[in-house]
Write a protein that binds this ligand. Sequence first.
Ligand code: GAL
Length: 375
Amino acid sequence: MGAQSKGVVMRKWKSALVALTAVGALALSACSGSSRGDTASDPSSGAAGFPAGSTIGVALPQKTSENWVLAEGLFNDGLTAAGFKPLVQFANGGVTEQQNQIQAMIEQGAKVIVVGAIDGSQLGSQLKAAQDAGIKVIAYDRLLENTANVDLYVAFDNFKVGVLQGQALLDGLAKQKGSGPYNIELIAGSSDDANSTPFFQGAMSVLQPKIDDGTLKIPSGQTKFEQATTQGWKAENAQKRMDTILSGFYAGSTKLDGILSPNDTLARAALTSVHQAGKPNPVITGQDSEVESVKLIMAGTQYSTIYKDTRELVAKTIDQVKLAQQGQPFEVNDTKTYNNGVKVVPAFLLDPKIVTKDNAAQVYANDPNLAPLTK
Ligand code: GAL
């Protein structure tokens, strides 16, 4: 994410925190803002969007967490059931591969391209080509940045994810580590993932006041996003960084009370590092409700995760594709928050849920993969 857009995005997060408490669910026309002026998004023209059996492209990033693996099957099954021809691809090779895949989806006549970007700031020319071809572009889970050529953003509210993580860390410290002050360390996601900034900003909107008043101390001094990022969301990068921090700042009996982790994969990596250093188990956050982490939560080792039901996110995205096929406007419930550095992208936001041992059974009750783990 470019510095300019990041700055814009961060300013938005703060006002979003206020707006989040007031915003109601709105269904507003988004496509009428489409820069192409084609009839597909103008129901008054009476024209249907595109033929029912059309190809729909879904460009997914890499399998850095279970939610992406789940999304592949859900998109293939859901789009087929809706009568479309799905073209779902991961870009395991990286950004260049994803650029080429999107270009190929355009050439194969996709009418909508759903993008889960590896790096949302590096797809500008492919997204322009898509929109010049009259294709609708939906940003899935991760915002597409520095481009006007995106019609909609569908995601769980990722700023709220951070807020929930920050609050869970404070709650867990109070419950498990007595009274403060507490020593904590901060882990952020991959710098090329547009979500990493809102995750971190949301958490810091809760934690910063406690750092300022001395309740929280960060012995490593690594309090900035740029110092805390984990390239490629790779577990080994988080573990290596935690090893270095522990050997550098936690000699002897200095305790590490808590860790802010942006997702489950990095939480488990950090726990490995802390346990190998012979330190007591810290209060640690996560995200994605991965099976291994839900087991750790039930065992009392990981304190919290976030439930972003991938079935819900994929289903809502496919609903939007159906609206486009019928020539109807997209359904949006946020038209203020997600400034991608060029424009505010109309969004449909779903509600993330915090999960701890106390509420896991209730939150996962309807999830066939996770409910059995809470018995
Ligand atoms: C983010 C996503 C998170 C997590 C992370 C690592 O974009 O929103 O839920 O999956 O990627 O894969």
